[in-house]
Design a protein around this ligand. Structure first.
Ligand SMILES: Cc1cc2nc3c(=O)[nH]c(=O)nc-3n(C[C@H](O)[C@H](O)[C@H](O)COP(=O)(O)OP(=O)(O)OC[C@H]3O[C@@H](n4cnc5c(N)ncnc54)[C@H](O)[C@@H]3O)c2cc1C
Length: 318
């Protein structure tokens, strides 16, 4: 109940332009600013620096240039160019070649064909350079289109792409069969979006139960699945299931978000598991940040402490 209410509240606040303006101005200003706990920085250089720090702790990464739901083809073209620049920067930096992206950032809400074209442009450069490209899953209005586009690209020969399925959606277990039939890589998540009861489980216990069922199918039949969660119960289940079904630790990976449960990330690495951290960066961090707050209201205390801890400059009006 609280879970739903808090998501709804933060979803509502995420629409506030005043809050967005204030947060954008102060959230990333200094090394200790509140949004930096969850966002690696606003520039590619900062993101690469964050990745190097993760690599030093034997963590893998996937880089995500923040920005979603663009409303013009010009913005989609800009995002595409930024992703192409990101590919170059990653190659130059010599770090692992792994990115995540959202189709609405490439124009899906404006024109599907253009979004697909933009994705193709990115893949044309990414695939020969050995990148793995994960297509994130967005709200349910985009589920069918995202899977369709993914399937089409797969059928046209793209093999270094992966998709995300959300256990919160009632349809996802069928989608899992569809994606497993392709032999494609799945990142399994619970789902970050507020969805209606007709299409999504509303109780945490139901979402968790679906996650557990999908996790087992993926570990047994999936291709190098990513178990993306911070939930210790799901992580323990994955470890037990893998052990009992002789799924070696190099046949799947755990994934977590930048700044979330860093203790758990480290203990899994120490136990011999592969852990990949989702590293978001860029100027458009507000909606992502608000989703993280909505998932765990305790994060709000962390943010408030950081805000209070920041001494305002004379004349500042936050
Ligand atoms: C690598 C990765 C990629 C993702 N990609 C997508 C995607 O493409 N599409 C999508 O819809 N969702 C995505 N998500 C988000 C996901 O759907 C969930 O919203 C998010 O992971 C929280 O769910 P949980 O599985 O951690 O479990 P929950 O049941 O929400 O939380 C379990 C425990 O994890 C900890 N925790 C969870 N969230 C936080 C937080 N924000 N801050 C601090 N602690 C926290 C708490 O201890 C909590 O008790 C992604 C998540 C990860 C880890």
């Amino acid at each position: 109940m609280l879970d739903r209410a808090s998501r709804a509240l933060f979803h509502f606040l995420a629409q506030s332009t005043v809050l967005k303006k204030a947060a954008s101005r102060y959230g990333m200003r200094r090394p200790g600013s509140f949004a930096r706990r969850f966002i690696a920085g606003e520039t590619v250089e900062e993101a690469i620096e964050a990745v190097r720090a993760l690599e030093a702790r034997h963590l893998r990464h996937t880089l995500d240039l923040l920005g979603e739901s663009v409303t013009s083809l010009d913005r989609a073209a800009v995002a595409t160019r930024q992703y192409l620049d990101l590919l170059n920067a990653v190659v130059d930096a010599g770090i692992e070649r792994n990115i995540s992206l959202k189709l609405t950032q490439l124009g899906l809400d404006v024109d599907t064909a253009t979004a697909v074209d933009n994705l193709r442009k990115i893949l044309e450069r990414a695939e020969p350079a050995g990148f793995f490209v994960r297509v994130d899953m967005e709200g349910s209005a985009h589920t069918e289109a995202t899977i369709d586009i993914f399937e089409t690209l797969w059928q046209h020969g793209s093999r270094q792409i992966g998709i995300v399925l959300q256990s919160a959606l009632r349809r996802s277990e069928l989608d899992l069969q569809r994606v497993n039939a392709l032999g494609a890589r799945v990142r399994l998540v619970k789902g970050a979006y507020r969805e209606p009861g007709a299409i999504a489980y509303q109780q945490k216990a139901e979402v968790d139960a679906a996650y557990a069922r999908m996790l087992k199918v993926l570990l047994t039949d999936g291709r190098y699945p990513a178990i993306a969660t911070h939930d210790p119960a799901m992580i323990d289940l994955a470890r037990e299931w893998a052990r009992d079904h002789q799924v070696a630790a190099d046949r799947f990976e755990f994934q977590m978000l930048y700044g979330v449960r860093r203790d758990l990330q480290a203990s899994l690495v120490a136990a011999g598991y592969q852990v990949r951290v989702y590293v978001p960066f860029g100027r458009e961090w507000f909606p992502y940040f608000m989703r993280r707050l909505g998932e765990r209201p305790a994060n709000l205390m962390f943010v408030l402490r950081a805000v209070v801890g920041e001494r305002p400059h004379p004349g500042s009006r936050l």
